[in-house]
Design a protein around this ligand. Structure first.
Ligand code: S3P
Length: 465
């Protein structure tokens, strides 16, 4: 179906903006109150576009996160033959995305390198999908993504028959050739990574036979839930405490109506902001509470945070609730490393909560944080130290000595460095709310990757300047 002119003008830009936004100083202006809604879940949004592009017919998506990472996925799927467009918002203000898929195995060879911007999820999941397509593709990304490890997907996908030429160190830019047919494998995950799990399962979609992933430590399960929803044959069994996931290959995906719930990882910034700002009483609506994502709520409650779930319900096959968060006196705790996979993206902002708690918060088992959009252990240790927080950095975690609720100093002369990492930028913005001098963040542009209206919402909730 060709795009009409009217549809075409509705397309938001699909390439990350090259214009860095100016540095921004975040300061406190009082309690966070009222109600707000964070954008759609990033993980689910990527998958809605990818699986829609692999189904035959039209998938419709509401609540899609319109951030740069998801737009990079949409641009790549378009470059390989899917038709993706955004319809104008309806009378309730809800925009719908329409994805006309090409069918499993039907993606076309892209004419140009696929620019993945800052997005590890786009890169690793697409490498998985293409591993069982007979196409050659090149992947490029920004400086942050070009430093992130890809061997973790290259290794299992090579076993399935795909071939790769990566940069030294197993990083982007890389070129790959998919295998047709690919070979099914049984793969035990050496790292707790939903991206690696998903890459293998997605390669299995167009592979004859059954592809099996064994997951010793459970990670987010959106791929499994959503592939089932799209009609794939996929079984999950618990054997000796491990999850065994089998996908039946040469699957047919059927188009779906997907409603994307609010992103708990984005909500986490507002949860912590309300917990540490005196007088706050904030409701965050429609937050996804999949148990493989909700660890941060449990840990913040252990620290004494008042987080109440209102109106628990299901949205798009995921548990969802409105969260009422009130300012709370937090206490430092030792965070159980076993909970890390269910809050892997929330540690930067948890460190900010810890900086305001009474006593010490200790974390361990967080080696994976060193290979995210930045080395989040060193980036947060450096940023928090620079605003006056006492931090001890270990190989696999941070110990944070909290202020007991007293305001943090803030950044005097030098802004904090975000290292092209959206979650460092937003975490330090939240720290700014609890500081005397405010916190200046050197580059807020990376926030566009996952939470384009973050600063506006913060202002609306009453705290940012
Ligand atoms: C994601 C999985 C996580 C997470 C990332 C999104 C996903 O990465 O950090 O932001 O959508 O599958 P790992 O699975 O590599 O830990």
């Amino acid at each position: 179906m060709p795009l009409s002119k009217a549809d075409a003008v509705l397309q938001p830009p699909l390439t990350p903006s090259e214009e860095p936004l100016p540095a921004h100083r975040f300061t406190s202006s009082g309690p966070l109150t009222g109600r707000l809604r964070v954008p759609g879940d990033k993980s689910i949004s990527h998958r809605a576009i990818m699986f829609g592009a692999l189904a035959v017919g039209e998938t419709r998506v509401t609540g899609l996160l319109e951030g740069e990472d998801v737009m990079a996925t949409a641009a790549a799927m378009r470059a390989m033959g899917a038709q993706i467009l955004r319809r104008a918002p309806d009378e309730r203000g809800i925009a719908e995305w329409s994805v006309h898929g090409v069918g499993v195995g039907g993606l076309l060879q892209p004419a140009q390198a696929l620019d993945m911007g800052n997005s590890g999820t786009s890169t690793r999941l697409l490498m998985g999908i293409l591993a069982s397509h007979g196409v050659t593709a090149s992947f490029t990304g920004d400086a942050s993504l070009s430093g992130r490890p890809m061997r973790r997907v290259i290794e299992p996908l090579s076993k399935m028959g795909a071939s790769f030429e990566a940069s030294l160190g197993g990083t982007l830019p890389l070129m790959m050739r998919g295998a047709l047919p690919a070979v099914p494998i049984e793969y035990r995950l050496p790292v707790a990574s939903a991206q690696v799990k998903s890459a293998v399962l997605l390669a299995g979609l167009n592979t004859p036979g059954i592809t099996t992933v064994i997951e010793p430590v459970p990670t987010r399960d959106h791929t499994e839930r959503m592939l089932r929803g799209f009609g794939a044959e996929l079984e999950v069994e618990e054997i000796d405490g491990e999850r065994v996931i089998r996908i039946h290959g040469e699957a047919d995906l059927k188009p779906q109506q997907v409603e994307v719930p609010g992103d708990p990882s984005s909500a986490a910034f507002f949860i912590v902001a309300a917990l540490i700002t005196e007088g706050s009483d904030l409701v965050i609506e429609n937050v996804g509470l999949n148990p493989t994502r909700a660890g941060v709520i449990e840990v913040l409650r252990q620290m004494g945070g008042s987080i109440e779930e209102l109106d628990r319900r299901e949205v798009g096959g995921e548990p969802v609730a409105d969260l009422r968060v009130k300012h709370s006196a937090l206490k430092g705790i030792e965070v159980d490393p076993a909970i890390a996979p269910s809050m892997i993206d929330e540690f930067p902002v948890l460190f900010v909560a810890a900086a305001m708690a009474e006593g010490t918060t200790s974390t361990s088992g967080l080696d994976e944080l060193r290979v995210k959009e930045s080395d989040r252990l060193s980036a947060m240790a450096e940023a928090l130290t620079s605003i006056g927080v006492r931090v001890v950095e270990h190989d696999d975690g941070l110990d944070i000595i909290g202020s007991g609720g007293a305001p943090l100093r803030g950044s005097a002369n030098e802004p904090v460095t975000t290292h092209l990492d959206h979650r460092i930028a937003m975490s330090m913005a939240v720290a700014g709310l609890a500081s005397k001098d405010g916190v200046e963040v050197d580059d807020t542009a990376p926030i566009q990757t996952s939470f384009p209206n973050f600063t506006d919402l913060l202002e609306e909730a009453g705290s940012a300047r």
